[in-house]
Design a protein around this ligand. Structure first.
Ligand code: 26Y
Length: 823
């Protein structure tokens, strides 16, 4: 008889079963008969976690003893998605776990469904951070992800009477088995007060910050395991607390209420994720959040460095810090403060270290999305950082003046402080000046960064600018979300190696015209469509037909993403059916998913419009089910995983020049959806990769958009000149979709006819033509299937592993450090 494997680390089915039963008993305190679904999930999570922790400890030992160079990814958001399924896959024990569950008479899927996902992000930027953490571990690159442990993540979305209703996301309610609290890893974080000058022991003039308030941040660690490796990295999220250790009690003697109030104020800082992807004016708490996590993270990095490598002069050899947009850009000023004020370094040396440590990724060109903070707010909250920013600015502008003599306009444009109107700190300028590399997230986007918003900086430091096109995790978005497709690919590639080397998808190409393979491909797509149909039937009270073309637009609701263009096409199709019941229409299900920022009125009205159109079309006997419209409530990672595998057509229809990259476009295409899209963001590169003949292109490109805008755009002319467009908009205004209320959607339609900042009307005709082409091609099932296979086959480049490899080689200068398998 074979020796029994250790229960907590064994990988066999038998070891997993024993571990599961132990965990149910000793951690949840339950036996099978009385266990709730949540108990069953927790026992499974702990079973996976034990195996994770064992690898984590080995990784940490290796990284520490070898003084490994480490990437610190600074991000205000991480949209991780459920842990359990991904962890089992990365451990390579999915199948064993499934069989163990079968033996124990557990429904594996129900156990997985029980997990509440950490929704610590809004959308693309937060999900990108999660994919990058996954790839860093998979590539064996030592990394720490720093962020905020929001007590409430992105709100849950319900749809009531067609409107979005926000419900708070109490994700920690039932406990979080994936995090390890580290009460000993905590740092003070200060706000307010004043600065004062003093002479240090060497008689040097120095500055110290005398704050008005001190709180503390405590670390919560989540281990992140790579796929097919034993490397585990660390996601370290900070929770804010009252700084009781700092004599807080004595300070508040006799003031019990005051003490409780201070505690609440401290805890407020990491309480909730702001559900916007555009800055809101005057949100002091957001600035506090940004400083909070950045200060904890920089203090932690200095502590780690002093514990291992030693002299702070070598800080930038140990660490490189990547700023995920400007949200953590304050880290530049904070590292300067720590080096100058706490470690008594001189300016030149501190600046050299800081500048060599940071890199900055820009994620937006929209002027309204660029972060700036009022100088007055800064002065009140972070007086020392404002002084440091002024000094950085002085050194920087001196450089600009030397290079561009007597060009005052340029100096004003480039300054870290905007002087038009209320004086404001420009965070993107701080990020560029304090970093040695700056990148955009798709080729077009990086080009526009260089030539528009950061043009002056590119003139000064062209070598600083580069591009790294985004990527997504094939583990999450193929293996976890579409296991049927994953199995087929493994069959073709002879194993699961493709999931670490996505270029292997090319092997699918040989089968693109094989009728038997095509039939299997279609069967996988149809099965996913059936799953989604079933889910939508119970959750959204809508009945789809898996034989229809599934046309999906899933992303945040935003005018620049142009969900309304999609709606106009639906209304056009509806009118065609009404006008000619014999009109030969390709049956379609139009499916939407996405959250609107709670304060973004137009986006919320768009959700209402989609649901209103759905209600009419889905119940009109004249339509007879030929077309259907569905809004998937609560688009999050879990639900996204149901959508991508089921899509025939992916809608990527933003106005050219507005979507920095997009990542949903990649997730759809990897799952065999064809794209209808504009020449925007990464669409351009996807089209190039899959071949123009396998992509439905329409609309103006970025240059045409710029020209149209320059010559003066008049949407009213399109409305006037195009009778079908006019009829579609008029139908909305007629009240047909709003029980006779002719004013409900006026804010939307008026905006389109009179302003149309995202040129929906200008692209309307081209979009309809492309959609007609889609309908024609879909009728030729062999042709469509071939295109679908080729799309998936050619998506290798869009793995986040490729993106991380580029960052590591070109930007971070860091090599993998593989953790050897145990024993
Ligand atoms: C300022 C704060 C409120 C804020 C919070 C979140 C601002 C922006 C965001 C999120 C931005 C975001 O998700 N941007 C998206 O990043 C993706 C990853 O690079 C891109 O693919 C996508 O085009 C871009 O819109």
């Amino acid at each position: 008889c074979e020796p029994r494997e250790p229960t907590r680390t064994g990988m066999s089915k038998e070891a997993l079963k024993q571990a599961y039963i132990d965990n149910l008993f000793f951690i949840q305190g339950r036996f099978r008969e009385v266990a709730t679904p949540h108990d069953l999930y927790m026992a499974a999570a702990y079973t996976a976690r034990d195996r994770l922790l064992e690898r984590w400890v080995r990784s940490a030992q290796l990284f520490k003893s070898s003084h490994a160079r480490t990437v610190c990814y600074l991000s205000a958001e991480y949209l991780l998605g459920p842990h359990l399924a991904k962890t089992l896959i990365n451990l390579g024990i999915s199948q064993a776990a499934r069989e163990a569950a079968e033996d124990l008479e557990l429904d594996f899927t129900t156990v997985l469904e029980e997990e509440e996902e950490p929704g610590l992000g809004n959308g693309g930027l937060g999900r990108l951070a999660a994919c990058y953490m996954d790839s860093l571990a998979t590539l064996g690159i030592p990394a720490i992800g720093y962020g905020i442990r929001y007590e409430f993540g992105i709100f849950d979305q319900r749809i009531e009477d067609g409107w979005q209703v926000e419900v708070s996301d109490n994700w920690l309610r039932n406990g979080n088995p994936w995090e390890i609290p580290r009460p000993k890893i905590c740092f003070p974080v200060c706000y307010g007060g004043d600065t004062e000058r003093y002479r240090d022991a060497d008689g040097q003039w120095r500055t110290r910050w005398v704050p008005a308030m001190v709180i503390q941040g405590m670390a919560y660690d989540t281990p992140i395991l790579g796929f097919g490796t034993d490397n585990v990295n660390l996601l370290r999220l900070w929770k804010s607390e009252a700084a009781e250790s700092l004599d807080f009690q004595a300070f508040n003697i006799g003031d019990y209420y005051g003490a409780v109030h201070a505690k609440i104020e401290a805890e407020t800082i990491s309480k909730i994720l702001y559900p916007n992807d555009e800055p809101e004016a005057g949100k002091e708490l957001r600035l506090k959040q940004q400083y909070f996590f950045v200060s904890c993270s920089m203090q932690d990095m200095i502590r780690l460095h002093l514990n291992t490598v030693g002299p702070l002069e070598q800080f930038d050899q140990k660490f490189v810090a990547q700023l995920n947009d400007t949200h953590p850009a304050l880290a530049i000023a904070e590292l300067m403060r720590l080096l100058l004020d706490e470690h008594l370094m001189d300016w030149e040396q501190a600046w050299g270290i800081t500048h060599r440590t940071f890199c900055y990724t820009n994620h937006t060109l929209l002027p309204e999305a660029l972060e700036t903070w009022p100088v007055a707010l800064f002065e009140r909250l972070l007086p020392r950082h404002l002084e440091i920013i002024y000094e950085i600015n002085q050194h920087f502008l001196d450089q600009v003046r030397v290079r561009f003599f007597a060009d005052d306009a340029r100096v004003a444009r480039m300054s870290l402080i905007g002087e038009d109107g209320e004086r404001r700190v420009r965070m993107a300028h701080l990020a560029v000046v304090g970093s040695h590399q700056v990148n955009g997230v798709a080729e077009l986007h990086s080009e526009l960064v260089r030539t528009t918003i950061l043009r002056d900086f590119h003139d000064l430091w062209p070598e600083r600018f580069t591009n790294v096109t985004n990527g997504v995790s094939p583990r999450r978005f193929i293996m976890v979300s579409n296991p049927r497709l994953g199995r087929l690919i493994s069959e073709v590639c002879g194993g699961t190696g493709w999931a670490r080397d996505l270029e292997q998808l090319r092997r699918l190409e040989e089968h693109a015209d094989d009728p038997a393979f095509q039939a299997r491909w279609r069967e996988i797509k149809t099965a996913a469509k059936r799953d989604l149909t079933e889910w939508l039937r119970t959750r959204a009270d809508v009945d789809l037909d898996p034989a229809q073309l599934f046309d999906i637009q899933a992303k945040r609701i935003h005018e620049y993403k142009r969900q309304h263009l999609n709606v106009l096409h639906i209304i056009r199709t509806y009118q065609r059916i009404k006008q000619d019941p014999n009109h030969d229409i390709t049956p379609r299900a139009f499916i939407f998913g996405g959250k609107a920022a709670p304060g973004y009125f137009t986006a919320k009205l768009l959700i209402k419009l989609i649901n209103a159109v759905a209600e009419v079309i889905n119940h009109d006997p004249a339509v007879n089910g030929t077309i259907r419209v569905a809004f998937m409530p609560d688009f999050n990672v879990k639900n996204a995983q149901r959508l991508y595998p089921a899509a025939d057509l992916s809608e990527q229809i933003s106005l050219a020049g507005k979507e920095a990259s997009g990542t949903g476009n990649m997730k759809f295409s990897m799952n065999g959806a064809l794209t209808i899209g504009t020449l925007d963001g990464a669409n351009i590169e996807i089209r190039r990769a899959v071949g123009a003949e396998n992509f439905f292109l329409f609309g103006m490109d970025a240059a045409a958009v710029a020209r149209r805008q320059a010559e003066g755009y008049h949407p009213w002319e399109h409305y006037h000149d195009d009778p079908e467009l006019r009829a579609d908009i008029d139908l909305i205004n007629s009240g047909l979709f709003s029980h006779g209320d002719t004013s409900l959607f006026r804010p939307l339609t008026d905006q389109l006819i009179n302003h149309d900042p995202f040129m929906v009307l200008a692209d309307y005709r081209a979009y309809l033509e492309a959609q007609d082409h889609v309908s024609d091609v879909y009728r030729d099932s062999a042709r469509w299937t071939r295109m679908s296979i080729l799309n998936a086959a050619r998506m290798g480049r869009f793995s986040s592993d490729r993106a991380i490899h580029e960052y590591a080689e070109r930007i971070w200068k860091i090599a993998p450090m593989p953790v050897e398998p145990d024993g």
